[in-house]
Design a protein around this ligand. Structure first.
Ligand SMILES: [Zn+2]
Length: 187
């Protein structure tokens, strides 16, 4: 009688733990999807806006009548900078570093036979291909920055890298945190 009750209690606890784990995985995959969707949306929107701006832009013939023309510096809110300036070089290095961190954290996660949510396990287990995916992520990010720069959105140009670094780094940190999964004690 007592043994039956104990067995039943253990079964209930096991079931609850399993459910909690599944819930956690579901929440994480949802969060990941949301981030990806946001990033893609941002890029698509910027591309569309750049395209519209490009087709609408007509350079004013300011040189012909200098008396009426507004000084060129008054029209441009920010001075043009070289695309590969110091700030971008650091930001792109940061994107590459955070992607590398993500690469190793994901492999680390796989070694512990956890499920990688973002990409299929087959892809992660093929290390070379996975490295290419990470490098491509960096390339796409730099490409998006370049498009922003080209069409004069210099703030968005920087933010592309900053947001990318933030997402990749927090993803990597989460991957490593899943390993230990110590219960947090609030101060
Ligand atoms: Zn720029």
């Amino acid at each position: 009688m007592d043994r039956v009750a104990r067995g039943r209690a253990r079964a209930i606890i096991l079931k609850r733990v399993k459910m909690q784990k599944r819930e956690r995985l579901e929440i994480e995959s949802l969060v990941n999807l949301k981030w990806i969707a946001r990033f893609v949306l941002l890029m698509v929107m910027s591309a569309a806006r750049s395209y519209a701006q490009d087709s609408a832009q007509v350079p004013p013939p300011a040189e012909k009548n200098p008396g009426l023309a507004v000084p060129a510096s008054a029209n441009v809110p920010r001075p043009e900078h070289r695309f590969w300036d110091k700030e971008n070089a650091w930001l792109f290095a940061g994107v590459g570093a955070s992607r590398t961190l993500d690469y190793f954290s994901t492999l680390n996660l796989r070694r512990r036979h956890d499920q990688e949510i973002l990409v299929t396990n087959d892809l992660v287990d093929n290390h070379a291909a996975f490295a290419v995916v990470e490098a491509a992520g960096t390339g796409v990010s730099i490409g998006a920055s370049y498009l922003f720069h080209r069409y004069g959105h210099h703030k968005l140009e920087r933010w592309t890298s900053i947001v990318h670094i933030g997402l990749a780094t927090s993803g990597a940190v989460r991957n490593y945190c899943l390993k230990t999964a110590h219960p947090k004690t609030s101060p």
